[in-house]
Ligand binder design. Sequence first.
Ligand code: GUN
Length: 711
Amino acid sequence: MEKRPGPEPCRPQDLGLFEVVSRDGAARIGKFHTGHGILTTPMLLPVVNPNLRTIEPREMWDRYGVDALITNSYVIWKHEKLRVPALSNGIHELLDFPGIVVTDSGTFQSYVYGDVEVGIEEIVSFQREIGVDIGTMLDVFGRPDMSREELEDAVSETASRALPSLSEAGEKLLLNGPIQGGLHHDLRSESGELMGSLEGDSRGFAIHPIGGIVPLMEQQRYRELFGIILASRSTIPRNRPIHMFGCGHPLLFPLSIALGVDIFDSAAYALFARDDRLLTPDGTVRLEGLKEWPISSSALFGKSPEEVRGMEKDDRAAILAHHNLEITQSELARCREAVRNGKIWELAEKRSHSSSRLREAFLWVIEELEQLEESEVGNSLLDIMASTNPVRGGGEPISDDIDSRPHVLHIMALLSLRWRIPGSWWDGSVGPPERVVVLEGTSPPWRSTCLHTVIEALLENPKSVVVISTPLGVIPFSFEDVSPFCHIDGPEAIWLEPTDNEQLVEDLETLGLNDIPHVTIYPGEAPENLPAEYPEIRSWIDRCSIVDKLSVLCAMKPGLLCGMTNEMSSRKSKTDRMVNVSVDGEHVFSPRLKDGGISLALGGARLLHSFNHAPPARFGSETETEEEDHPGIPRVLLSDDAIPFVGQGRNVMHGYIDGADPHVTPGQPCIVVSSSGDLVAHGVAQSTSMEMACFKKGIAVKVRDGALREK
Ligand code: GUN
């Protein structure tokens, strides 16, 4: 086997920091910095039993690219034959593993066997002395069947042990701060708050595992499990990875990751192997009775199930453990790639069909996502939806659950909140609309299939609001080129089915159009000749699309924008779409051809900034900001020392941000301002304001242009 080089330690100042390099809503591709390398998340820590190594840690490193594993410090502490070499040579040498070593503390043993005899500080100092990278304090395991009082005690006792543990860990040992609270969402959220806010002399907890969930996974109580993840996540600081203690079944990875889990750990690969079971991404398969492999792996390649069944028990367990680890790793790679491509929710949705228990849990999550109640779960899901880029390129596969995907719910919520009826009409008239024209039975690209119908409708009655019926609901015609609406992958029939009347009334109500009479039109063939009014009507439609996109996606007040667009001109692409929009000859906006969103040019950032000069409130200040539907282009308040760099066009890095508007949205435009409110740069937000308040590493805003660039 080829040797893989050893890890590079992180820079000393980065020890224990977590940065996000790519995201899809709450799902994130992260980098966690340690003395034995930088861990890419989401990832799984394979559990290594120091007394029984089914797969050698060195092989995990060399062959499977495992960057970090987890073992039990209590087991090592308890057995002299392990404790003595660990203390003299260190844990890395004991395990023969060059990467990151994470250890647990004995809490799980106390859950399985009753009390453990090690002290709270003693187990942390032992982990420090044997050179562990990420240790775990001795928390109190809160079983789901415990009484509320017992669980309250588990939460408070765990929290009371936190500071002594952090202080014992010292500078180099990073610590896990487990979240307990059983099935009680309020206790989980309280535990997250307590454990997340405690600071030791060197730092707070580096990672927060969610504890006490193994019994739920064993009993496949997935709905309760995801409720716990959401409730715990509502208060865990965003800049710390979340670890699901004891979860390692690939089936659970996609939805857990979509809800914000970064780290998994499990002995499942070895335990299932010893029980003659194979892991697959959609369930577990028994070796018994198999004629052919239902899934391939390099471990099984060239051997038949019959041959494997004929092996000695230990050899069979080893081969199946290799297969299981390989499948686990490849499912995590698939999940990471899905996060990078904005498809993690789709993968979770797909996997939910693999098990009825998981499907039940998934349906519960989407129901909660649609309702967004005032609760720990509701708040967490609101945050997930708000941190999901509402506009995205690429196809949107049709499914029964399509309209519950977080980015679809997000764009629909924004349309409902911020879209407004035009203030004036193409013929210069003003006043309320006289009718709503619903375009039915027509497929995208709508500017080719029904622009002529829109023009005819507006010619017939200029005071017409034109909307299109789509499988995701009714949208204003100005959003005709916005993904996901115009990129739904499905059979032609999805565009032909008319919206039933009840749904139509509901959709029109969401846009505030329910009190206006509506007519439904099925667009026909385009006429040979364009009407004389075409240029005028077309230019009004183009202006509406800019105003609508800036108000829905950038929170600009439509009334303020209307005046501006009177002076607007645009260059068109070969496919007759606006590319560069200028006002008074200056390039201000670029409609994004790939997803129908909008990009600012520096002139546009200046223009939008001119409507709101005040800097946003600083993080932690108590100022009550009035909630408005259109609070203006989201602003990020930059620290003074970063102004010279960002003003020249460098990205805004976490750690240099003093405040941000709450409606900053990942993937959408924002402006960067100084403490006096002056424009420093503009770009695309990568984080929410809550994240900007706590992350210390990574890019917060990808800057498109600095406003202080020397010409
Ligand atoms: N392993 C599985 N569950 C737990 C837990 O709740 N706490 C700790 N420390 N380890 C675990």
